[in-house]
Ligand binder design. Structure first.
Ligand code: PLP
Length: 461
């Protein structure tokens, strides 16, 4: 019988995370202080993050030990299974072998607990009592709510308003795990109030919600802020997944020619891909594809520039692909991909030619999600459907070229709390959003006056 799933025993759970900073061919440019424009030091970040996570953020060490307490919690769902998508292959009549890593088996339903658990752990060790954060679709907020419950921490979540209204079950999950969740922009913070004063009907964005969560952390007692993507330490924690993938591919007797992941801030993609990027740096030939929505084309069209991580310009300036911090993406259902920026590590690796980026329209992603559900059974998160759409494109290309490629993709989460989005698609109520050219021009104008990185690269706008 064909082997469908590749399991690893708990004894094979990686004991260390992999830090891509140790192997980046081009050194990263530093984050800059939002006030002075000078490189930020650890003390600048201390009001927002605990020092142990700041140390990880800048660590040059190639491998970093995963604490025992974190490993214990990881074993609730890790190692996660890898699947061979035989039915999808058959349906597409492709000679390609398609593997996917199921990160949807975590209690929160996505890859996000891979970093929420260590972040809550390091905060607990550092004496933090309360953690604030933003969330798009609610996947990150629910993952952090769960992690805070494990470590007895208070959790406050600012959830992008459009998703808060579209996805009430995620809010209820957060509340079940003991967190407090409000729609962003909210009236609770100065940042939220200022956005509402300009636009009372603002659907919100991740950038706005980050501003609120950061403000709430710096003004709250014993509070710190936690980010679910973008930063180096988040990418680091996610690599537990890619390290498992390497072991599972070896058991399958295959090695990926193509690796695909969807990208919001870059974390699930990086987690799966970075250990393989290391192989590529060391000579392997792999096509590594980061997929984003056509309506939020950060990597494919945004410049590589310094920009704020949030909307009201409180965070350090990061060197990254960006559409401008004031860019408000169209209200697509993949809420977790509606972010103006991209992880600096992912951005730098694109510049270095080690990763390539592609953008796909919303309807193609839902069609791909439906095809996947009807062949492989699993109903994917709308974010994950972006990866599946690209897998289907690549599998069809392999058929046309007559090549037996091995494709690995990260199935970043299930969509069982996103059924309203599928309902809208099935009823023909979803559409592709036009490229918001004017909105991008306007938002990019706002970053013109900011310092430019040495490797500044204009976008394709
Ligand atoms: C299931 C899922 N996949 C992907 C993403 C995108 O985030 P990232 O690029 O950090 O993995 C999200 C974000 O919320 C998500 O929930």
């Amino acid at each position: 019988m064909e082997v469908k799933k590749i399991f690893l025993p708990e004894s094979e759970l990686p004991r260390q995370w992999y830090n891509i900073l140790a192997d980046m061919p081009t050194p990263m440019e530093p984050p800059l202080h939002p006030g002075t424009g000078k490189p930020v030091g650890p003390e600048d970040l201390a009001p927002i993050f605990p020092m142990n996570l700041i140390e990880q953020e800048v660590s040059p060490k190639r491998f970093i030990d995963i604490p025992e307490e974190v490993l214990k919690i990881y074993t609730i769902w890790r190692p996660t299974p890898m699947y061979r998508a035989y039915n999808l292959e058959k349906f597409l009549k492709t000679p390609a072998k398609i593997y996917f890593k199921n990160e949807g088996v975590s209690p929160a339903g996505s890859h996000k607990p891979n970093t929420s658990v260590p972040q809550a752990y390091y905060n607990k060790v550092a004496g933090t009592k309360r953690i604030t954060t933003e969330t798009g679709a609610g996947q990150w907020g629910s993952a952090l709510a769960m992690a805070c419950a494990f470590f007895g921490l208070e959790c406050k979540v600012y959830m992008v308003k459009i998703s808060y209204n579209q996805k009430p079950y995620r809010r209820i999950m957060m509340e079940t795990w003991g967190a407090n969740c409000v729609a962003s922009p909210s009236t609770e913070t100065k940042a939220g109030q200022s956005i509402l004063a300009q636009n009372p009907d603002s659907p919100g964005s991740l950038g706005i919600a980050i501003s609120e969560a950061v403000e709430s952390a710096v003004t709250g007692k014993d509070s710190k802020y936690s980010l679910g993507s973008v930063l180096n330490h988040v990418m680091l924690h996610q690599t537990v997944n890619g390290l498992e993938c390497q072991k599972q591919m070896a058991i399958a007797g295959d090695y990926p020619d193509v690796i695909i992941g969807c990208c919001g801030g870059g974390s699930n993609f990086a987690g799966c891909a970075f250990p393989f990027v290391r192989d590529k740096i060391n000579g392997k030939k792999i096509d590594i594809i980061a997929v984003e929505p056509l309506s939020c084309p950060t990597m494919t069209r945004g410049p590589f520039a310094y920009d704020f991580g949030d909307t009201v310009m409180m965070t350090p300036l990061l060197p990254m692909h960006t559409l401008g911090h004031s860019f408000v993406p169209a209200p697509i259902h993949a809420g977790g991909l509606r972010y103006h920026g991209m992880a600096p590590t992912v951005s730098q690796l694109i510049l270095d030619g080690l990763i390539r980026a592609e953008a796909v329209p919303q309807l193609e992603t839902f069609q791909a999600g439906i095809t996947f559900a009807r062949t492989e059974g699993f109903i994917s998160a709308p974010e994950t459907d972006h990866a599946i759409a690209m897998v289907i494109r690549e599998a069809i290309k392999a058929r046309e070229e007559g090549k037996q490629k091995v494709i690995l993709f990260n199935w970043s989460g299930h969509g069982l709390v996103d059924m309203a989005a599928y309902d809208a698609y099935l009823k023909g109520k979803l559409f592709d959003h036009a490229l918001p050219e004017e909105e991008i021009h306007r938002a990019l104008n706002d970053i013109e006056k900011l310092p430019k990185p040495k490797q500044y690269k204009p976008g394709k706008i």
